[in-house]
Write a protein that binds this ligand. Sequence first.
Ligand code: MOS
Length: 720
Amino acid sequence: MIPASFPDRARIDARDKVLGVARFSADVPVTGVLYAMMVPARIAKGTLTGLDTAAALRVPGVVRVLTEADFPAPPPVIENGPPPPPPTLEREIAYRGQPVALVVAETLEAAIEGAAAVVCTYAAAPFAALIDSEGGVREMGEEIVFGDAEATLASAAVVVEGEFLSPTQHHNPIELLATTAVWEAGRLTLHEATQGAGGTRGMTARALGIDPGVVDVKSPYVGGGFGQKGGLGQRQTALIAHASMLLGRPVKLVTPRGQIFHLATYRPLSRHRIRLGATAEGRMVAMQYDAEQEQSRHGIFPSAEYHETTSRMYGIANYLGTSADVRIDRQPPGWMRAPHPQASGFAMESMVDELAYRLGQDPVALRLANTGDVDFRTGQPFSSNHLNACLEEGARRFGWSSRTAEPGSMTADDGSLVGWGVACGSYPSMMVPAVATLRIGADGSTRYAASGHEMGQGIRTAIASVLLESLEIDPERLEILIGDTTAAPQHITAGSWGSAGAVPVAMRAAARMREAVAELLDGREIAGNLHRRLATVRRPFLEIEVSEVGPGQGQDVLQALQYGAPAVAGPAYPTFTTMSYIAHFVEVRVEPTTRRVRVPRVVSIVDCGRVISPRTAESQVRGGVVWAIGAALREATEVDPRYGGYLNNDLADYVVAVNADIGAIDVGFIDQPDPLANSAGLKGLGEVAMVGASPAIANAIFHATGRRLHELPIRIEHLL
Ligand code: MOS
């Protein structure tokens, strides 16, 4: 009934996207809409002492300037409760770019001009902008300890050590942060660019002190999320919602990219000191790893998670991991694709490569000899682990066996240095509870509504694959409603649990529908598809509702789903650990004089359990590798230590990888169902795709040049 492997299928929404039929949040037409623009703080820390709106109000078309006095006080913080919503407008300035006023106008131009005309005065206070700035407060976080790392390192035959740095980086999805709020007849509708319609609903209601039951959030298409639109609440959402409620008219804000850099979450700068010990034969036996990161004064992005994958991927029995936050005066950092393992993986996989060279071993063989079936951190088995198969298949496709180990030993016809590098990645696989309704009509229609957000990764296509493979329905009239709190309760789609939230419940819905049809027909044989069969027995439609919770979860989580459900991970899988894996093989070419680095080819082989939508899965891996090339060679946000904030807050100066930077990316899947992770046998893919690709590039650069680089991005000047 449910096939073991799924056929290739085009994106179900490809045509709509190409034709512009797919509507992103700012595209939704709303009559009588007002346009908003935020006024950002021009100091890094201090107090807003005066706000003169007279000139702004004289700009023709400006309707109102909202200030802190227009907003309710923030809700009290609940001990051990959900994270607080982001603040609205406040007089205390915590970071440069914090919104201090909101201008609402009849036109976008008037809103922009009005925002520029607001005059603010401040009492500035000393601030710390960088991890090493005076005034930063260092706070130790959780320690991850098992075995006796210190003693084992002291007696290990070989110890490699190094310190690595991953810079501040910002997500730059094509779609900007955008909110359109419509307050009408006691209901608030938010057309929001978000990965978490349910979370946005709950957070906005809490920020404004209103009943979440009157808030509807719609986000059927998202133009890239990557964690920036994570749904714990973007700062602009409640501002725009409140403006609409005060003015009695719809209000729209599309946040300019330059402001997003200062307002949204980002990947914080982090430092990683590692000592990795092994036996003379190359068995990794102990690791000490101290991680620290930049953090805002009240930020919650957890530093201990740098140890999540590094403590588990190789069977290291003795581990001592520390984590620290350095609290400074910037906006809160947050989850950005492959949040911790992008940085920790760079450090760890560089060290593993160095260990291979120190031992005189092949870096693929060293890894193959160290992976295992047991998670040493918990003592539990992995539900599945095909990392070695990824390494073996990747090495075969790449042609790894013809590599010569000596750095600088391979050259191309044009004289460039050739480097071949390998690195692995892993990421915890999780799932979220979900509710789905499925309605099949005798008229040929099918309507499926469930939780999930389509942000380009292909979740709608994965759902369609399940329904079309298991039900005889008309594909032309299949409607999939997701990202909409009026259609079904919505979780946050993040943390690589999108498919694990969307697919098992879709399979359950399809199975339940087949049963319902069989009951209805009561043994009668009727030819034709399900629509035809319903028509024959004169039933206009058949509708069913199903739900799915994670292993170890109770049905009560379905209630929490309304306001952004938590994912099930780690401990909620009581007897095993579930991780996705990837192995990346990279070729670099280093031009000998200019030291320009090119990446002509990458082979990436993934273990993400069963693959549901091969085409979008492949595309997602390619996207992760492209981003990792950007992270390895291009991307860094430059913090301004003099005034706070960021210097390169636009896509001209924040340099991302472009088409000309990308060569061949060959993606393969092991495609073995995980027997335990969820009923669909799939594991997460979105994050793991990126993990390990940046260090594979760094390792390839070492192989080409003999230079071990400890800081990303790797630039020409590091190689001169
Ligand atoms: Mo992701 S960084 O959890 O959207």
